[in-house]
Design a protein around this ligand. Structure first.
Ligand SMILES: [Zn+2]
Length: 313
C-alpha cells in the first residue's frame, strides 16, 4: 500500500491537472462554485498569506454522493466524486481567488507497472522547457501568443492600478476606493490564470515523460538560485517554474516506480560531446548547435540530454 504524501501543496497542485487525477483514485475535488453555502465558509483574514486555506478534521469529514460535510459549514455540493468509505488524511480547503477546493489524502494500492529498459535524460531550458534524449521536445509555454497576450493585459491593469492609487493618495496615505478593489480582484484573477496555464503545461509535460515508462530518468541538479542572478534571464527562468517541474516529476516517478537521478551541478552536460566525450570549453550560451572537433554536429540541448542519459551516478 502506498501512502500518499501529506504535503498539502502536492494535493493542491494535483487537482489542477486532470491528467494526474486519472492516474489513481482522485486526490482532490472541486466545490461547486454555485453552491450558496460556500459564501459562509470560514475565511482566513491573514494579509500575508497569498492563498486562503484551512484545515478540516478528517474524522468529521463525511462524504456522500456528490456532497461532503464540512465542519461548521454543512453539506456542500462537489463537482467531482470523492471515493466514499475511504480513510481520508489531512483534508484541507483551499481558495484560489475563484473556486474552492477540497484536498484529501487517500491510500492507493501500488500498481505493478512494467517499465522499459530505456533511460531518459532531460535538459531543462528557456528556449524549450524540456529536451529529452529520446528526441521529444516540450515547448516553453511562456513564449506562446496566448500567454504573451495575457501578460500584456496584466501589465496594462497593473499600470492602471498604480495610477489609480496615486490619484487617490491623500496626505501620504493610499486609499482603497471601490474601483481599486475591483481592479485588484481582476489582477488576482489574471495571476491565477497565468499560474494555471503554467502549472497545467508542467503537468502535461511531466506526465507525458513518465508515460514513456523509462526505468530511469536523469535530470540536471539545476542551480536555480544562481541562475536567477542573471537579471536578463531571471524572469524567464522564474516563469519556467523548474522547481515545480522537479517536484512533479519526483512524485510521478515515485508513483510509477521510476528511478529518478540527478546529475551533479558541475557535470558539463552542455559542453561534453555526446559522441566522443571530449569537453568543449569555449561553448557559449548563444551557440545553439554543438559542433565538435571530431566532426559531430548536434542540437545543443539534445546533446546535453544525451549526456545526462549517459550520466552515471
Ligand atoms: Zn566529439
Amino acid at each position: 500500500m502506498l501512502q500518499l504524501p501529506f504535503d498539502p501543496m502536492l494535493s493542491a497542485a494535483v487537482h489542477q491537472s486532470q491528467t494526474v487525477v486519472c492516474h489513481g483514485p482522485s486526490l482532490s475535488f472541486m466545490y461547486s462554485d454555485s453552491s450558496t453555502a460556500v459564501a459562509d465558509a470560514p475565511v482566513s483574514t491573514s494579509k500575508k498569506k497569498s492563498r486562503v486555506s484551512f484545515y478540516n478534521d478528517n474524522v468529521k469529514l463525511k462524504v456522500k454522493e456528490k456532497s461532503v460535510l464540512i465542519e461548521k459549514v454543512g453539506w456542500i455540493k462537489i463537482k467531482e466524486q470523492i471515493p466514499i468509505d475511504s480513510k481520508y488524511t489531512n483534508p484541507r480547503i483551499i481558495y484560489d481567488n475563484k473556486y474552492w477546493y477540497l484536498t484529501v489524502g487517500i491510500e492507493v494500492t501500488e500498481k505493478n507497472i512494467s517499465l522499459t529498459e530505456e533511460t531518459i535524460g532531460i535538459d531543462l531550458g528557456i528556449i524549450n522547457l524540456a529536451t529529452c534524449s529520446n528526441g521529444e521536445i516540450y515547448q516553453n509555454i511562456n513564449k506562446t501568443k496566448r500567454v504573451k497576450k495575457i501578460e500584456k493585459k496584466l501589465k496594462r491593469l497593473q499600470r492602471k492600478l498604480s495610477k489609480k492609487y496615486l490619484l487617490n493618495k491623500k496626505e501620504n496615505k493610499f486609499l482603497e476606493t471601490k474601483n481599486i478593489i475591483k481592479l485588484k480582484k481582476r489582477i488576482k484573477l489574471i495571476h491565477r490564470k497565468l499560474a494555471n496555464i503554467r502549472n497545467n503545461h508542467l503537468h502535461q509535460t511531466t506526465t507525458s515523460i513518465v508515460k514513456n515508462k523509462p526505468c530511469k530518468i536523469v535530470l540536471e541538479d539545476l542551480n536555480v538560485k544562481g541562475m536567477m542572478k542573471n537579471r536578463h534571464l531571471s524572469k524567464a527562468i522564474a516563469n519556467q517554474c523548474f522547481h515545480e517541474f522537479r517536484r512533479q516529476l519526483e512524485y510521478k516517478c515515485k508513483l510509477n516506480n521510476i528511478e529518478l537521478a540527478f546529475a551533479n551541478r558541475f557535470f558539463p552536460s552542455s559542453k561534453t560531446c555526446s559522441s566522443c566525450y571530449e569537453i568543449k570549453r569555449d561553448l557559449k550560451l548563444k551557440d545553439r548547435i554543438f559542433k565538435c572537433s571530431c566532426g559531430f554536429v548536434i542540437d545543443r540541448d539534445l546533446n546535453a540530454s544525451i549526456n545526462l542519459k549517459n550520466y552515471c551516478c
